[in-house]
Structure formats: C-alpha cells, structure tokens
Design a protein around this ligand. Sequence first.
Ligand SMILES: NC(=O)C1=CN([C@@H]2O[C@H](COP(=O)(O)OP(=O)(O)OC[C@H]3O[C@@H](n4cnc5c(N)ncnc54)[C@H](OP(=O)(O)O)[C@@H]3O)[C@@H](O)[C@H]2O)C=CC1
Ligand SMILES: CC(=O)[C@H](N)C(=O)O
Length: 262
Amino acid sequence: MNTYPNVLITGASSGIGAVYAERFAKRGHDLVLVARDKSRLDALAARLSETHRVKIDVLQADLTQQTDLEAVESRLRTDARIGVLINNAGMAQSGTFIQQGTQALETLIGLNTTAVTRLAAAIAPRLVQAGAGSIVNIGSVVGLAPEFGMTVYGATKAFVLFLSQGLHVELSPKGIYVQAVLPAATRTEIWERAGMDVNSLTEVMDVDELVDAALVGYDRRELVTIPPLHVVGRWDALDSARQGLLSDIRQAHAAERYQPQA
Ligand SMILES: NC(=O)C1=CN([C@@H]2O[C@H](COP(=O)(O)OP(=O)(O)OC[C@H]3O[C@@H](n4cnc5c(N)ncnc54)[C@H](OP(=O)(O)O)[C@@H]3O)[C@@H](O)[C@H]2O)C=CC1
Ligand SMILES: CC(=O)[C@H](N)C(=O)O
C-alpha cells in the first residue's frame, strides 16, 4: 500500500501541471489528474504509471462548469487518500480591459479564482480534521504588477496570493501547509492559448526549471515561492512594508490630510 498522500493536480494535461504530475509520480505519490482533455490526461497517466509504478486516476472536468467543478469538489471532500491539492489550472487573456468581453471575463475569473477557492474549500475541512496536508496555489508575478497591463488576469493572481496568505493564517495552526507559487513567464501552452507569442519575450523560464524550483520551496515549507525572484530580500521588504502600513491604520478617525478644511 502507498503510504504517501495522493496528490490531486488541476490543469495536469500540459505545462506546469503535467510537470508537477511527473515530479510527484517520481516521488512515489499516487495521483488524481484533472483537466478537460481526457486523451492527454490518459496518455500522461499511462506513461507515468508505467515509469514510476504509481496509481493514477483521471478526472475529466471543465472547472468553469458547475457540474464538473462539483464532481472535483466531491472527490476532494470524500477521498481520504488525497492529502495534497495542486491548484494549478488557469488561463490568461490577451487584449486590453475594454477589449475583453463579458463572457471571456467570467470564464477567466471563474477558472482562476472561483474554482481555486472552491477546491481549496472542498479539501480544507478534511485536512484540518486529519491535522495534515498541503494546498499549493499557482499565482503569478503578474499579480504584483498592474503595470504589465494584464489587468484582470493579474487581479485573479493577486487574489490567489491573498487567498494563500489568508489560508496560511487560518490553516497552518491546524497542521496544514499552504504555498503560493508565483512564476514569471514560463514556456507553456498558456501563451498560445491566449493568443500571445511567447517568442516575443526576451526571457522565458523552462517549465521543468520552474516546477523544480517551486518544489524546493515546497520542501522548505515556504508560504510564498517566487522562482524568478533573485533577491529574496525584495519580497521580505514588500511584506514588511505592508505590515508597517497596517500598524498605521487607525480605525476611529480619518487621517489628518482628509479632515475637511473649515
Ligand atoms: N506559463 C506561464 O508563463 C505562467 C503560468 N502561470 C500559471 O500557471 C498555471 C498553469 O498554466 P501553464 O502550465 O502555464 O499553462 P497551460 O495552458 O500549459 O496549462 C493550463 C492547464 O489548465 C487546464 N485548463 C485550462 N482551462 C481549464 C478548464 N476550464 N477546466 C479545467 N482545466 C483547464 C489545461 O488543460 P485542458 O485544456 O486539458 O483543460 C492545462 O492542463 C496557470 O494558473 C497560470 O496562470 C503563472 C505564471 C506564469
Ligand atoms: C500569460 C502570462 O502572463 C503568464 N501566464 C504569467 O502569468 O506571466
């Protein structure tokens, strides 16, 4: 019997999720792979189970569709073997804010935020009861950078970072490890799917390097892992500045500069 926790990975049919699947299979974990493209998931599952002698289930789901999302939630709630959730499925969008249509925005927000939150919410109570487990959420450095001009995509990734930080506050005292991984540009299909040319970028990380770095952070139990950030003090300074700002929030009265002039 496999004594390692099973790992459920969303968006496992390509890119970052497929590499996570390979790495966890290599570590000896049984897997549940989730995405829309069943034939790609089946092919990956066959290859990994053959190579690494692990058991792999495939769950075909479009996480923007209620029924499919509910099926994955149900699996996370009821399958006590699953101890790790890799909340990776996501999409990007090209175009400016005023070019993006309502339906496209709803799909983007639904996949990148609603599904991520609901899947974390589905597994968390069971992990808390067990006193162990991990939730890994894939954000993006774009969530720190409104200047990049990917406003709604970046907003969804800022949400993922905040969600992870909040879950860490609530769940780490109960024995649950939460990690936010913030990649920068990484060579995967996401660019082409969003109608963007990855080859127009001057610097792009290889997807294997990205996931291996993210797993170094995972093994260290880091809350926020930013593989392309070379000076870690930059993150520490940002987080300290945020906490400094909070120490100067005084709820009872508006600040002096907002007092109406007589
Ligand atoms: N590549 C990059 O530069 C960066 C990526 N990221 C993030 O990494 C994560 C993974 O993306 P990446 O590997 O790059 O891109 P890919 O496009 O290669 O992978 C996205 C995965 O999500 C799945 N997916 C897409 N839409 C849905 C849906 N509606 N329901 C279920 N699954 C879906 C896709 O499978 P299928 O089509 O079979 O459903 C695929 O497995 C995303 O959250 C992305 O935002 C963050 C920063 C940088
Ligand atoms: C398409 C992108 O912008 C990429 N996924 C990122 O988050 O950097």
